[in-house]
Design a protein around this ligand. Sequence first.
Ligand SMILES: NC(=O)c1ccc[n+]([C@@H]2O[C@H](COP(=O)([O-])OP(=O)(O)OC[C@H]3O[C@@H](n4cnc5c(N)ncnc54)[C@H](O)[C@@H]3O)[C@@H](O)[C@H]2O)c1
Length: 344
Amino acid sequence: MSGRTVLLTGATGYIASHTWLALLAQGWRVVGVDDFSNSSPKVFDRLQAMAGRSLAFQRADVCDKSAMNSVFAHYRPDAVVHFAALKAVGESVVAPLAYYRNNLMGLLNVCDVMRTHDCHHLVFSSSATVYGVPERLPITEDAPLSATNPYGQTKLMGETVLRDLCASDERWRVACLRYFNPVGAHESGRIGEDPRGTPNNLMPYVAQVAVGRLDKLQVYGNDYDTPDGTGVRDYIHVDDVADGHVAALRYLFNTARSVTVNLGTGQGYSVLDVVKAFARASGRPVPYVVVPRRPGDVAACYADPTRAAELLGWRAGHGLARMCQDSWRWQQMNPQGFETPSPA
Ligand SMILES: NC(=O)c1ccc[n+]([C@@H]2O[C@H](COP(=O)([O-])OP(=O)(O)OC[C@H]3O[C@@H](n4cnc5c(N)ncnc54)[C@H](O)[C@@H]3O)[C@@H](O)[C@H]2O)c1
């Protein structure tokens, strides 16, 4: 794919920053766009240091059409990976309009600008949340879809928009990637997940407990119908997720078809599995207390990753121990996230 240019929206976010490095390693030219609403300019500094060269970046809001038009006119991307979105489920319930506006207007704008500039290859960050409360496990891509909160709705609606767009014009090639639970960090420890405030997700929360920044983990329910009673999820290393994007872009250009796939390992781990694995990786205790279930949480959710293996030739390579080790390295090297002075 060398010589082709891909535009990453939300480029300095958690998953995009890892994808940026994976794409560079495979010879893609990459240009990034982000408005830093949920990331720091320091991510970009670190990416440049890690790449050992200057990288192309424009600070812009994907909802700003004229700014996006300038980016396209200047860099002429052949494809887009659209990561930019708000992603906190709880916040989406409190502020649904902000979620619909940013996630849907952003997507519509990006597609409009792509069409104007004759660019029709798109990878969309979808989520396992589009399966709502799963009826069967593991979850295949043709399972029934539903949304249980506004964030999930924006992903479901985004997929619908893209399906209709592909039906309207055969030039479009779209990959919808339904991520399960991305965790971990780059093995260098120089980039990773840096949540603002108290983390919403399990792994960064556990990491902050292990490092002593948070007191103890709250485990929401231990009376689910799972092996140890705690919720089971499909955790996947962020570098495997990043490689899934490289594989999806290759598929779009090589086969000229659109595709929707799960990006998961196929293996479910419980909250207590993660606690134990993290304690082993860090050599630190992870104190926890069991509290009542959280409304809206499902007992178990894990992927059938067969379609991604068959169509994209992609499968996850890293296990839970590695996810915890990398997450711990990132946490230790960057106790204040990207505000920690860079080792670079
Ligand atoms: N992390 C997960 O657990 C997970 C799971 C499933 C799907 N996803 C999806 O993957 C994508 C990336 O997630 P992430 O975890 O890297 O999140 P993130 O918040 O770290 O990254 C998103 C980036 O988009 C930027 N952004 C948001 N709105 C923007 C706008 N209007 N214009 C320009 N930039 C904007 C933010 O500043 C941030 O850098 C999102 O679409 C998210 O919904 C994430």
